[in-house]
Design a protein around this ligand. Structure first.
Ligand SMILES: [Fe+2]
Ligand SMILES: [Fe+2]
Length: 403
């Protein structure tokens, strides 16, 4: 893509013939990428010691230093470098073992377009999260919300195949305040539940485990902020906007052909998309109040004024936190780029697209921060521009249905 910076990519494989094959296959990207090919982990480390590098793509099984060992060192010494494993290994355990020091996994043979999309997406997120202004702002923040413990418990329980729906209900019900908050959301109009849901168990049975897990995440995160800390905006309105954007993003994702999993991701990202605003308001109250005031009086998008004053935005701060919590990249990208999907490096219709549209439409329907506009060029580029009127109607229906 011509709008992107030229990336330095380092390929590592002990088989010269594989490297030659890659070189041939990827020749057409030579204007976008500066490519270097080396035959061992040590040669890769020597290269990294001397040259700038954006991405390392390595084979797993290599003599002396294998891919996992190489990537662990890269993570330690060059944390800004995107790490990708490209491996033909079918042994699932070795692959899982490799995942930890890896950002992404690609299997051999790899389609060049899949590789390009993976690199572009991973670099977009890396650029966002390794930005100096963001880092220096984060160091000023004393109070960072923690990942809710009930969410963590659910996450662990759900990775155990023995866990039943009733166990999940038990975990939620242990925390009374959490249950009350989740039930309030479940009984709100966004879910169209026809009967009152009165217990954690019933919520799990009706909405499914994944949906309840998402609600626990947002209830647990938002409850770490108080209305008194929010000065310039209402926490209640904030939560309502977040819930509407979640519901709209999910509907858009499904309408655009997304599956259950991507729709769930769009929903969670919609709920969390403005989390960075809460963090800024709680930690930099005076400056952030000024930013909001300026955005309103000068009629400029909030993200633009934030960029001018802080050098970063609420979207990037939210994404940064979700990254620390280990949430998936698609979710982080949907939050981090919700105002600027164009610079994300993602291609095609994805949860980010849905959250971007849902947020802009909801802000304009509610006439709050109405400068957040849908980027129609972006929709054009992903082939979804024709869907905008339909999605706007869908969003209005959901927003109004909830009032
Ligand atoms: Fe936003
Ligand atoms: Fe928003």
């Amino acid at each position: 893509m011509s709008s992107e910076k030229r990336r330095n990519i380092l390929f590592v494989d002990d088989e010269g013939s594989v490297l030659k094959g890659l070189q041939r296959m990827l020749r057409r990207f030579r204007n976008d990428w500066e490519m270097t090919f080396v035959e061992s982990g040590q040669a890769a480390l020597d290269y990294l010691g001397e040259s700038p590098c954006d991405v390392v793509i390595t084979d797993m099984r290599m003599p002396q230093m294998n891919g996992r060992e190489l990537l662990s060192i890269v993570r330690e010494q060059y944390p800004h470098v995107v790490r990708i494993v490209l491996s033909g290994q079918a042994n699932i355990e070795t692959v899982i073992e490799a995942v930890e020091p890896t950002h992404q996994y690609l299997s051999k043979p790899c389609d060049p377009d899949v590789m390009r999309a993976t690199i572009s997406r991973a670099c977009g997120l890396r650029d966002l999260l390794h930005d100096d202004a963001l880092r220096s702002l984060v160091t000023r923040i004393d109070s960072v919300p923690s990942l809710p413990s009930v969410y963590q418990e659910l996450h662990e329980a759900l990775s155990d195949p023995e866990t039943t729906v009733s166990t999940v209900g038990d975990i939620i019900s242990h925390d009374g305040a959490m249950t009350a908050k989740v039930l309030k959301m479940v009984n709100s109009a966004y879910f169209g539940t026809t009967q009152d849901v009165t217990s954690g168990h019933q919520a799990v049975a009706m909405l499914g485990v994944d949906m309840v897990k998402t609600l626990v995440l947002s209830a647990g995160v938002f409850s770490q902020f108080t209305a008194a800390e929010m000065q310039r905006f209402s926490l209640a309105e904030f939560e309502e906007h977040s819930q509407r954007v979640g519901a709209i993003a999910e509907a858009i994702m499904l309408d655009g052909g997304g599956d259950k999993e991507t729709a769930a991701c769009a929903y969670t990202a919609g709920l969390m998309h403005d989390l960075g605003k809460l963090i800024l308001m709680k930690n930099c109250a005076t400056e952030y109040s000024d930013v909001i005031e300026r955005s309103q009086t000068e009629n400029r998008p909030l993200g633009e004024v934030e960029q001018q004053i802080f050098g970063t935005s609420h979207a990037a701060i939210g994404a940064y936190l979700l990254g620390i919590w280990g949430l998936p990249d698609d979710l982080i990208a949907a939050v981090g780029f919700h105002h600027q999907p164009f610079v994300s490096g993602t291609e095609g219709f994805c949860p980010l697209s849905a959250v971007h549209v849902a947020n802009a439409v909801d802000h304009s329907v509610e006439a709050v921060f109405a400068c957040d506009r849908v980027d129609e060029d972006y929709l054009q580029q992903i082939g979804m521009a024709h869907k905008l009127p339909e999605w706007t109607a869908l969003a209005e229906q959901i927003s109004q249905g909830a009032n």
